[in-house]
Design a protein around this ligand. Structure first.
Ligand code: ZN
Length: 180
């Protein structure tokens, strides 16, 4: 899954249980694993066999994020929501599938087989994968529906959203909610 799938679906899922989370942070957490691993995989394709799912996509990486969320509740707001957003990335990446499972459970199942095709070429052909296409469309639909529902196409409300990261119905912006 690519950008809109991860961001849109994760924001949609997060809003099912937390409507006060900073969605800017949720969006960032939803793609954090890719932001960490993909540049490294692209920079060192020969070292990692054209793989761009590396340490941040492993169970060890996820456990590290969970421990950080558990240890830092006073420093980061809504740590559990952010940990969920990070972990949900592995669900959308289908970490249980054969190749992905080797990465996710590294080093217990060995190391992932190298790809013969460069990563950028694989991404370019994402439209051949119905799951990736459907994910992008669903993510975009969720983002569009939220933008419409909360009138983010209006410049002032969009600016306010960029400044605060929360969605609210209308009228003055609500006070900052307490951390949870
Ligand atoms: Zn990923």
């Amino acid at each position: 899954m690519l950008l809109f799938g991860h961001v849109g679906i994760t924001i949609g899922a997060t809003r099912l249980f937390n409507r006060e989370a900073d969605l800017r942070n949720v969006a960032l957490a939803s793609i954090a694993a890719d932001l960490i691993d993909k540049p490294i995989g692209l920079l060192y394709p020969d070292v990692f066999g054209n793989n761009t799912r590396l340490a941040a996509h492993t169970l060890i990486g996820c456990l590290t994020v969970c421990v950080a969320a558990w240890l830092l509740p006073k420093i980061i707001r809504h740590p559990r929501t952010l940990a969920f957003s990070y972990l949900f990335h592995m669900v959308l990446d289908r970490s249980w599938m054969e190749r992905e499972r080797v990465v996710f459970l590294w080093p217990f199942l060995g190391t992932a087989e190298p790809w013969s095709e460069r990563a950028v070429a694989r991404w370019w052909h994402f439209w051949r994968d119905p799951y990736a296409v459907a994910g992008e469309l669903v993510g975009l639909a969720i983002l569009f529906a939220l933008a419409r529902r909360y009138r983010l196409f209006e410049r002032d409300r969009w600016r306010e959203f960029l400044r605060r990261g929360v969605l609210y119905e209308s009228g003055p912006a609500p006070k900052r909610p307490a951390a949870s």
